[in-house]
Design a protein around this ligand. Structure first.
Ligand code: ADP
Ligand code: 5GP
Length: 203
């Protein structure tokens, strides 16, 4: 485990696709603009739509990604839906040295890796949909995914839901305002606890 004297930590948010993770992360950044920064990951998947290099992701190819793995550049990396995704150590160090906590929107494998590496300096939150039927409704309602993608995401969702017990906190996103308030409070407690050196997960 990595020990550090920095008073800033990691807030990792995972969820099955469509549960409302991006919407909630956006609100969290609005609610704590000076204390939180969003980590931009590196990926080998191709940009989608209007995505820009350095904004949504740092885009690269599989060969370059593998080189970076060998060079030990990642705090964690995983294969998700056939593409590489990873968090660069330099990104975390950059935000910590600027006095901010880092928010990460990554998959369940990445959440487990960072928890193992950073222990109590890492707070993991799982955003769960109220039901699988509602998850499918939201994926369809978003209108950004093909039928095949929706089916793939629903098949992956079952495996992701099974791992929610590994997280420090589970928030069910049924009523949006309520889920947002719950997430805000949990994150505020974590950040305050990190900064005062008193954070401990509730038993
Ligand atoms: P994710 O990032 O987890 O894939 P999104 O944030 O894109 O999910 O949300 C998926 C869809 O569900 C979006 O259209 C969003 O507006 C909607 N949504 C999010 N939270 C709720 C909620 N509590 N109730 C109803 N719809 C929601
Ligand atoms: P998408 O391709 O839809 O942007 O993301 C697919 C999945 O990869 C999402 O679950 C997202 O949270 C996850 N992801 C994005 N960046 C990272 C990362 O750096 N590490 C890991 N482990 N997962 C990531």
């Amino acid at each position: 485990m990595i020990e550090s004297h920095s008073r800033h930590g990691l807030i990792v948010i995972s969820a099955p696709s469509g549960a409302g993770k991006s919407t909630l992360c956006g609100k969290l950044l609005e609610d704590f603009p000076a204390r939180l920064a969003l980590s931009v990951s590196t990926t080998s998947r191709a940009p989608r739509g209007q995505e820009q290099h350095g904004k949504e992701y740092f885009f690269t190819d599989s060969q370059d990604f593998q080189k970076r793995i060998t060079a030990d550049e990642f705090a964690e990396w995983a294969l998700v839906h056939g593409n590489y995704y990873g968090t660069q150590k330099a990104t975390l160090e950059h935000f910590w040295s600027s006095g901010r906590h880092v928010l990460l929107d990554i998959d369940v494998q990445g959440a487990a890796s960072l928890k193992k590496l950073y222990g109590d300096r890492c707070f993991t939150v799982f955003i769960a949909p109220p039901s699988m039927e509602e998850l499918e409704r939201r994926l369809r309602g978003r209108g950004t995914d093909s039928e095949e993608t929706i089916r793939k995401r629903m098949a992956n969702a079952a495996g992701e839901m099974a791992r929610q017990v590994e997280f420090d906190r589970i928030i069910v996103n049924e009523d949006f305002a309520r889920a947002r308030a719950e997430l805000d409070q949990a994150v505020r407690e974590f950040m305050d606890g990190q900064e005062s050196g008193t954070w401990q997960k509730a038993p």
